[in-house]
Write a protein that binds this ligand. Structure first.
Ligand code: PMP
Length: 388
């Protein structure tokens, strides 16, 4: 059966060129980057070159780059590490953040922390003014993502960064979904901390980056050996690091071509949706300020009732089409996605939503195939409901 993969915000396949770059570091060049001998040194040289490249690509200096196990670790490290260093209580964030941020901020309550949530509007917009109003003498950190993984919204980081700087408050962004898709320069965006992950950009899983600006208040939380200048203990994942950096380089080099491609796919999808389902779907989030490859849709029947999103996902899966309902990390739960709840959507509409996230290898034909199958599945589901 044909498989159409529309879940690139959950994860991507490793690009062949990335895989090739990683291979020697699993086999011949398997040394521990901390070992004093030649093999160790080869690994260390490769890691340091990789560090320089990441730094260059995000406008940082190499000593500000720490390799981690992924976006989740980087997010945890920032929330917990800044709070521990500063001792102030408030972490300003939003209910639309990834659970790696939300659960870390909630966990900090046990140590006297206080999450302060900025309420987005019904399209998921957060304004710099709201951030400014939330800042107090007790603010330890502002943490707001660059691109939302479920609805694709882009936050105005540059403006928020300027406000944080003016108030002397550290600013973190989870850039897991924006890196390689939008320009990310820590100077331009005014960031003190940034999280990224390998597997959303055609790199390997289990590898990420934490950027920490020089002089920022931050205490490491992962203790062990002297790796990463004693800021993150643990034997370096050399193949992962090589893979992440190769993936980042490719994504940056090919960003224009990729974005143009996603734009074409998105237009085709929207045109098809309007032609076939006008009045029976809504786009969640703010399509005026979003990345082109993520689109979150809620479907309703003739009476305006939300259809069952979980059933829709399963039916599409039976046709070989992979989409998501909410974030992959929480699927399986019957609860509507916390992001859609955070928009204040009616739970019925939230539960009738699916996320489509397109990737490099998707084609116009994939979109047409999806539209055909979607039409058939929705018709079937609506007939079944009507007869029930
Ligand atoms: N932040 C965001 C915005 C994400 O989309 C994800 C992945 N779902 C993560 C953090 C977690 O990254 P990782 O899978 O590398 O731990």
């Amino acid at each position: 059966m044909r498989t159409v993969y529309f879940d690139h915000a959950a994860t991507t396949p490793v690009d062949e060129r990335v895989f090739e770059a990683m291979k020697p570091y699993f086999t011949e060049e398997f040394g521990n980057a901390n070992s004093a001998h030649q093999l160790g040194n080869n690994a260390k040289v490769a890691v340091e070159e990789a560090r320089e490249k990441v730094a260059e690509l995000i406008g940082a200096s190499p000593a500000e780059i720490i390799f981690t196990s992924g976006g989740t670790e980087s997010d945890n490290a920032v929330i917990k590490g800044v709070r521990a260093a500063i001792g102030k209580s408030d972490v300003i964030t939003s209910p639309l953040e990834h659970h790696a941020i939300l659960h870390s901020a909630e966990c900090e309550k046990r140590r006297g922390g206080k999450p302060v949530y900025i309420e987005p509007d019904s399209k998921g917009n957060i304004t710099p003014k709201q951030v400014e109003e939330a800042i107090t003498d007790e603010t330890a950190l502002v943490s707001l993502m660059h691109v939302n993984n479920e609805i694709g919204n882009i936050n105005p980081l540059r403006e928020i960064g300027a406000i944080c700087k003016e108030h002397g408050v550290p600013f973190h962004s989870d850039a897991v979904q924006s890196i390689g898709k939008l320009p990310v320069d820590v100077e331009e965006l005014g960031l003190d901390f940034l999280s990224m992950s390998g597997h959303k950009i055609y790199g390997p899983k289990g590898i990420g980056v934490l950027y920490v600006r020089h002089g920022s208040p931050w205490i490491p939380w992962m203790h062990g050996g002297s790796q990463e200048r004693r800021r993150r203990g643990g034997t370096l994942n050399v193949p992962g690091i090589i893979g992440l950096v190769k993936a980042l380089e490719l994504a940056t080099d090919e960003v224009d071509v990729n974005l143009e491609h996603y734009d074409k796919l998105r237009k085709r999808l929207l045109k098809g949706l309007h032609n076939r389902f006008d009045g029976k779907f809504v786009i969640n989030g703010n399509p005026e300020s979003s990345v082109p490859h993520i689109i979150n849709l809620a479907f309703t029947d003739e009476q305006g009732n939300g259809i069952d999103g979980e059933m829709l996902l399963l039916n599409l899966d039976m046709e070989g089409i992979c989409v998501s309902n909410g974030s992959a990390c929480t699927s399986g739960a019957v609860e509507p996605s916390h992001v859609l709840q955070g928009l204040g959507l009616d739970p019925e509409i939230a539960n009738s939503s699916i996320r489509i996230s397109m990737g490099k290898s998707n084609t116009i034909d994939d979109i047409d195939y999806f539209l055909d199958k979607l039409e058939a599945v929705l018709n079937r589901m609506m007939t079944t409901t009507a007869n029930a």
